[in-house]
Design a protein around this ligand. Structure first.
Ligand code: XIL
Length: 401
């Protein structure tokens, strides 16, 4: 009701009718227009604020949540310029059996993205978690290279030309596993050897010549010993792969943040400098703030969460290499931190920009301000040099960008 009235009034005001035929209390159209512009500016969605700076903003989602709730899908399409597949492109979801592929969920996400002119981001082709139960046996009994490569080829080529970017390899480093190269001990490493990483990127690049290919990992922007060793292993890995012309185009930094484990902004900046020096863009891929150690009081919790969003994004967005920010969900209602399996507090977690009722929280305000403050950068073209509409240019071509 409130919105409709404002829109109507705005339209009349802009058409010039307000000054003559509307009972507008004697004020002329110009200051009214300024008021409405200010209101519209305050309400501008996150993707629009990000797009003005050449940054793509969006969130991860499940197709069932977008189709269950009209309110959610409407707000999602308004706030986001990119939709990230949260689970439906993982092996477990895609491969009910060795012989079959189940693309229905991911296809629904793609249709949603296309219908709303959002970019679509694939997560993830190679991970040590969320794999089907039949996989370990199959990797032992068959040609593992063939199984691995055919999966990547089939999945990536199905979405060829329609995928903004792919997280090709996810979380491949774990220094605690004790290897000199820092690689995590996974079924992929065990059955294919360390070359599985470059294989995955080569096949993905062949299967889709336009998608941006990403190596994605977590805990690399912290100062403690484990994170430092992990960062060094990551740097060695990516330098080695880039040195061999492996087609890696961006580093994904997950950014699952926690107040009790503060990130180090100087280290984040150094890592961004290093990535840019290697010719990589940086995507902040899974941003959220775990609030389970914060006070129960919602006001205090929301403020602490928002402060972390603000300091993190101020540091990240100051760097021109950062081209995309995605939160791991948009509304607290659907956050993975509220899954019974991951939930760590007695209360409902509030890690995301919108609350469970889709209201904007202090975290949303903090993100909006960080995008508004961020320096401008050139939007990232895809590998063919095309500026996808989803990068914000077309979506807001007629808006007040
Ligand atoms: C999580 C999903 O959000 C959950 O729904 C699922 O049960 C497990 O995976 N890092 C990642 C994501 O790269 O894929 C994870 O997503 C969260 C941590």
């Amino acid at each position: 009701m409130k919105l409709l009235t404002r829109r109507k009034a705005l339209a009349l005001c802009l058409s010039g009718a307000g000054a003559t035929s509307l009972p507008l209390g004697g004020c002329d159209a110009k200051p009214l227009r300024d008021v409405f512009d200010a209101v519209l500016e305050q309400e501008a969605p996150l993707c629009q604020r990000a797009a003005r700076k050449g940054v793509l903003y969006g969130a991860a989602a499940l197709s069932q949540h977008l189709s269950q709730s009209r309110a959610y899908s409407t707000v999602f399409a308004r706030e986001c310029g990119v939709l990230v597949s949260q689970n439906e492109l993982k092996w477990r979801a895609l491969r009910p059996s060795r012989e079959t592929y189940r693309f229905a969920g991911a296809d629904r996400l793609l249709s949603f993205a296309q219908a709303h002119r959002l970019a679509f981001r694939g997560h993830c082709l190679v991970w040590h978690i969320d794999n089907p139960v039949w996989l370990p046996e199959a990797l032992k009994s068959e040609n593992p290279v063939k199984l691995f490569e055919s999966h990547i080829w089939n999945v990536v080529s199905r979405y060829r030309g329609r995928m903004h970017s792919w997280d090709v390899v996810n979380e491949a480093i774990r220094v605690r596993d004790g290897r000199d190269d820092g690689l995590r001990e996974t079924i992929w490493l065990a059955s294919l050897g360390p070359s599985y990483i470059e294989r995955a990127f080569h096949i993905a690049a062949e299967a889709d010549p336009s998608a941006i290919l990403v190596y994605n990992d977590f805990d690399i922007e912290f100062a403690d010993r484990t994170a430092t060793r992990k960062r060094h292993a990551l740097q060695r890995l990516l330098e080695r792969l880039k040195g061999k012309d492996v087609p890696i185009h961006a580093l994904g930094i997950q950014a699952h943040l926690e107040p009790s484990y503060p990130f180090d902004s100087a280290i984040l900046t150094q890592t961004l400098d290093w990535a840019a020096g290697l010719g990589l863009r940086v995507f902040i891929t899974e941003l959220d703030v775990d609030d389970h150690r914060l006070p129960r009081n919602i006001k205090q919790r929301d403020k602490a969460v928002a402060d972390i969003y603000r300091t993190y994004l101020d540091a990240a967005l100051a760097h021109p290499a950062v081209a995309l920010v995605a939160t791991w969900g948009l509304s607290d209602k659907y956050s993975w931190l509220n899954d019974p399996y991951f939930r760590r507090a007695a209360w409902t977690a509030r890690p995301l920009p919108l609350d469970a009722y889709l209201h904007r929280k202090p975290a949303w305000q903090a993100m909006a301000q960080a995008f508004d403050r961020a320096p401008q950068r050139a939007p990232m073209p895809d590998r063919k040099g095309t500026l996808a509409p989803a990068l914000g240019a077309a979506q807001f071509a007629s808006g007040n960008t």
